[in-house]
Design a protein around this ligand. Structure first.
Ligand code: 6LW
Length: 509
């Protein structure tokens, strides 16, 4: 078939199973197993819809089946919600025939519970849990059906799931390893004859780790594992760093596994990670009734059960359907009047609300950057306004290429500084804009950044002309701070802009 006849939406991305099992900014994984099926949910912070949820049959191939909080009635992220605020770490469990998810909205009412019979949705309206203090709530049920809710710190309450009320005051059940900061992300499990309390500690940066304690009852008393932390990559040169915030699950053959967050820093010193905190998988064995975490590497061990590859993702989103794929996220909300595929069929129409990506209320819709090297393109019709294609970390850290009135310009916002770094004229009419992050393979010296980000236009002959190639470190978590990662997407800066399609294609090097 001649290549011009191949529809871009038929071109697919294939991925061999490898760690991370869910690449890009998908942190704080919580996992549960129901028969042969596995489900996993991650944090989403200031983005709407919230709480991406994935399905797998083999623990290594995961496909996003929806978002748990996908209706404005379930998820209120006030305009004042700061980047890396909003929706923090969830716990996903299946109990009595229903999926239960507890999570914290740090900017919108604290802890909440939602339930569903189908994890792809719809999920219930939230039950607010005003008596549950702090962040990182966990759920576990004992033999009498009592629900124990454990939170960062590490405190615990008994919870009535019908009313959302707690019984008694929160009780401190463990403080983690003496001297280690931030005991958080607790998960409580009844395995064999013990109740295990697993936590993250050391902070979610390079010192991050996983520790565990066990006791005879869900409320303790707990004795710490002599081998704590049972997982940490602190002080190592391991390519996966910041490892922690874990959850346990059994494989199809009864073996034990851990999902956890980690990052892949690049560049020289101190190392910068640009894809956010990602979800990894590690094997677990048991010695003397304590879990021992096996090799965590970018290669996965051979699995003794059949693999179920997920359908490959098309490179192109052509905006032909009424709904956007669940991978698309907006900032804080997505009002239909500002973001719609029904105004011009086959196109995504965005109407400006804020003036630029510096604004909390900018109209932006994007997807996570999931590969170090990728090629992103979008066809924009700017005849009724201005807008473009952006790589976003937060309001203070973003690069974009924007078009209006027969011109394109590249804008860089780094901390308090904003600059137009390149501009050029283009023929009037629709323009194909492009962004290409590229990992640096060679370190010139100890200060070399992790990657470069080229922003430019596609010429009528199909070639890509970069207008600027910028250091990617400024769009890294080590520079910007916070808990998220890069999101690449389209936005409106003024008036109304229309996008015919958006391509995201990993580049093999
Ligand atoms: C989350 C905490 C953490 O609540 O980071 O790495 C926080 N662990 O448990 C935000 O993701």
């Amino acid at each position: 078939m001649p290549s011009e006849k191949i529809k871009r939406s038929d071109v697919v991305q294939t991925a061999a199973p490898a760690n991370p099992v869910v690449a890009g900014f998908f942190p704080d994984p919580s996992v549960c197993r129901v028969g042969d099926d596995y489900y996993l949910a991650c944090s989403s912070f200031e983005y709407f819809p919230g709480l991406p949820i994935f399905h797998s049959r083999d623990l290594v191939h995961w496909r996003q089946i929806g978002n748990v909080l996908d209706r404005p009635s379930q998820l209120v992220l006030p305009q004042s919600t700061n980047s890396s605020g909003g929706i923090y770490a969830p716990t996903l469990r299946h109990h009595d025939g229903r999926f239960h998810l507890v999570v914290t909205n740090v900017n919108g009412g604290g802890n909440l519970l939602v339930t569903a019979t189908d994890p792809a949705g719809p999920w219930s309206e939230p039950t607010m849990l005003p008596g549950v203090p702090g962040i990182d709530p966990d759920l576990a049920w004992d033999e009498d059906g009592v629900c124990w809710c454990t939170v960062a710190g590490v405190g615990q309450v008994r919870l009535d799931l019908e009313t959302g009320k707690v019984e008694g005051a929160a009780r401190r059940i463990w403080s983690g390893t003496p001297g280690a900061k931030a005991p958080e992300a607790p998960h409580l499990y009844h395995i064999g004859g013990w109740w295990y309390l697993m936590i993250a500690e050391g902070g979610t940066e390079r010192g991050h780790g996983v520790s565990i304690a066990r006791g005879p009852a869900p409320d303790g008393p707990f004795e710490p594992c002599p081998a704590n932390p049972i997982l940490s990559h602190r002080s190592t040169d391991h390519p996966i760093q910041n490892t922690g915030h874990a959850d346990l699950v059994q494989g199809p053959d009864g073996s034990w596994w851990m999902v956890l967050l980690g990052v892949r820093p690049g560049g020289g010193t101190p190392g910068w990670h640009v894809l956010g905190r990602e979800t990894f998988l590690a094997p677990v064995s048991w010695v003397d009734d304590w879990p021992v975490v096996g090799e965590l590497s970018t290669e996965l061990p051979a699995l003794p059960w059949p693999l179920h590859p997920t359908p490959a993702e098309p490179v192109r989103d052509d905006f032909d359907g009424a709904e956007l794929h669940p991978r698309w996220v907006s900032l804080r909300h997505r009002p239909a009047e500002l973001c719609t595929t029904s105004e011009r069929p086959g196109w995504l129409t965005l109407r400006a609300s804020g003036g630029s990506l510096d604004d909390l209320n900018v109209t932006f819709v994007g997807r996570r950057q999931q590969h170090f090297d990728c090629r992103v393109r979008a066809l924009i019709d700017p005849s009724e306004g201005s807008g473009g294609l952006a790589v976003r970390l937060d309001e203070q850290h973003h690069y974009e290429i924007e078009t209006a009135d027969g011109a394109v310009r590249v804008i860089a916002r780094i901390g308090p500084l904003r600059s137009v770094v390149a501009q050029r004229e283009v023929p009037a009419g629709p323009v194909i804009l492009g962004v290409e992050p590229q990992r640096r393979e060679t370190l010139h010296d100890s200060r070399t950044g992790p990657d470069t980000v080229s922003l430019g236009v596609v010429e009528p002959d199909g070639s890509f002309t970069p207008l600027a190639t910028l250091d990617g470190r400024y769009l890294s978590t080590e520079v910007a701070g916070g808990f998220t990662g890069r999101v690449i997407g389209v936005y409106a800066a003024a008036g109304t802009v229309h996008f015919d399609w958006f391509d995201y294609e990993p580049v093999e090097r």
